[in-house]
Design a protein around this ligand. Sequence first.
Ligand code: MG
Length: 381
Amino acid sequence: MKKVLIFGSTGVIGRSTLDVIRRDRNNFKVIGLCVYKNIKLLKEQIDEFEPEYVCVVERNVGESLQTGKGRKLFLGEEGLREFSSVKADISVMAISGVSSLNPLLTTIENVEMVALANKESLVVGGFLVKEQARKFNTKIIPIDSEISALFQLLNLKGRDGLEKVYLTASGGSLLHWEKKDIERAGVKDVLNHPVWKMGKRITVDSATLVNKGFEVVETHYFFDLDYRFIDIIIHKECLMHAMIKFKDNIFFACFYNPDMRIPISFALYYPERRSSIEDFNFFSKPASLSFSPVDYEKFPLLKVILEAAKRGGNSLVVVNACDEVAVDYFLKEKISFYGIFKAVDYIFNLYEYKEVNSLEEIFFWDRWAREKTEEYLRKLC
Ligand code: MG
């Protein structure tokens, strides 16, 4: 029986994880649930899964929560730190944003394995996460579908003669739009992702392809691969999640139904190959797969992310923070879709390259970029 902690249990990944566990109570026991502020759903989850530990990061919201007898309730940032110190077999890290970095580093000390869904922690602090995992001998298994696929492909085929790895991209909600229309796309258009149901920021980041840029960074850290070995291919059906190519021109691909419960199951059961979810019959109706190169002219933000990744230092910290602020402005309809690109481009030309070696430095540059972006966007709207 594996004891599981879930960080971000009311989000899309958290709910999918609980669905996998709901179907196999003999192998998994949820011992902790952590949410930002959705206590309505948290209450239902507590009744169903009866965890020993509960954490609500938004203190004011959590204070009113009746968790029931014998259950430990943690509140606020301090509470999140204590929750991250709970011993378990698996932590599912599905809190979004850079605020996951601290609890991630702490939980790595206290569990056998982390199933990692959060991207920003690797984007801004990949070197810290890797060092911590090595120090405490904790396995990190990716949940992100493309990274999970690559993890499996590289485990199966090894790296001898490896030439390239390919991440597939759905292309997001605006894939078939003309460039001039993309610039003016509305919130509704952008949130209407053709395949995946995800959180709002990541859905916008899929439409700008920023999300794919972040996955290139994840790939770099997870597999110690230089950026020149990583490529992106548009594949709108989202059935193929990654491919690897060897020097003899032979490709291997990882293929599964676009259902996040599949990579989540893979991580939870790892290294066993099992599943608690229903089988999906691909071949019950005709289907086809399409592939096309990325149009960087239409999606200029991706180029900025990849350039920031290659520069290293504080570059990705700054770009990530700016993108998050700008996406929030867009979702509130204060700026146009193209405004996101303008903001990131502005910050990318403004910041000065500096090395980052610590959490403090990461958070310094994160705050710096947020402030500068706010200043810029307030003038723009
Ligand atoms: Mg993904």
